[in-house]
Design a protein. Structure first.
Length: 50
């Protein structure tokens, strides 16, 4: 396996990761997950303060 093939594999992995991340953003799943995380963190923080 040459170095060029390794670079191609790395490029494909990065491209696929960006593609999946873009799909998550477009479908709103990333926003919903992030929003749910913020709500859980907020509730935990408020619970700790009271």
């Amino acid at each position: 396996m040459s170095i060029e093939n390794g670079e191609k594999v790395t490029a494909w992995v990065i491209a696929i990761f960006i593609f999946i991340f873009t799909i998550l953003c477009l479908t709103g799943l990333w926003y919903e997950w992030n929003n749910a995380f913020d709500e859980a963190h907020y509730e935990f923080y408020e619970g700790g303060v009271k």
